[in-house]
Design a protein around this ligand. Structure first.
Ligand code: SAM
Length: 232
């Protein structure tokens, strides 16, 4: 048997949110590292590793075989969760895809609106779009953690449907459930502030006077203890 690999910090955070004994659906699985690692460590009962493209799915299949997980992990060609049925998955991971794509995949899967299902999401871009969608569509962001990997900062969120449609201040969509004591949150928030500042500067140069980004930046700075650096 091949010696098992370690997960990178991004996938490690995803793994940490998966419930012991759950059935997993890993959407956009590519190499299938996450389901293979979880199955090999006896954390999940089963997994369906899905990808929309045959080539990544083949690399996933190769790893499942290489690490001896074929009994509990299978692959499936699927656009999002289109080919996954509710009785196959308790915990659903959507990692390494853009926030807007994750929103699209969740919104067209009605069976995710079930309080027993858990969503574990790691958006590569536009995390704020994903958070806003979740909050305005009855999902509760239960927990969120940040990490750094290969010089980049990421966030991973755990959410579940509770049918409540919560209103949050705009700044919440940029920081979610991250807390100031998360060792990687400050660096993650620094990058978010940089992007917001860039957007605000663009508006200022265009002569706009209504620039809500400055209020959001201020709230994030205060909450996470980030110093001011708002050069345009
Ligand atoms: C960057 S990889 C992420 C792999 C792994 N989840 C991770 O986080 O390391 C993104 C994968 O998502 C797949 N993907 C993109 N759109 C998808 C969709 N609509 N449904 C399923 N998979 C998709 C791509 O083919 C690719 O293999």
């Amino acid at each position: 048997m091949n010696k098992l690999f370690s997960l990178d910090s991004r996938l490690s955070l995803c793994a940490g949110f998966v419930r012991r004994g759950s059935r997993l659906a890993d959407i956009g699985t590519d190499h299938a590292y996450l389901p293979v690692w979880l199955a090999s460590n006896g954390i999940i009962r089963s997994a369906v590793a899905c990808d929309v493209r045959p080539k990544p799915l083949q690399s996933g299949s190769d790893n499942i075989e290489k690490y001896g997980c074929s009994d509990s992990v299978s692959t499936r060609l699927s656009d999002g969760l289109d080919e996954v049925s509710p009785d196959e998955a308790d915990d659903i991971v959507l990692a390494g895809m853009g926030g807007e794509l994750i929103v699209k995949l969740i919104s067209r899967t009605p069976w995710l609106r079930d309080t027993s299902k858990r969503l574990i999401m790691q958006p590569m871009t536009k995390a704020f779009v994903l958070r806003e969608y979740l909050c305005k569509n009855g999902f509760n962001i239960i927990e969120e953690k940040a990490c750094a990997y290969a010089g980049k900062k990421y966030t991973v969120m755990l959410a579940s449907y509770d049918g409540k449609f919560a209103e949050y201040p705009e700044s919440f969509y940029y920081s979610g459930m991250l807390t100031a004591d998360d060792p990687f949150a400050k660096d993650y928030i620094k990058e978010i502030i940089k992007k917001l500042n860039y957007k605000a500067c663009g508006k200022r140069h265009n002569g706009e006077t209504d620039i809500p980004e400055y209020d959001i930046i201020e709230e994030l700075r205060t909450k996470f203890g980030v110093d001011s650096d708002d050069k345009c």
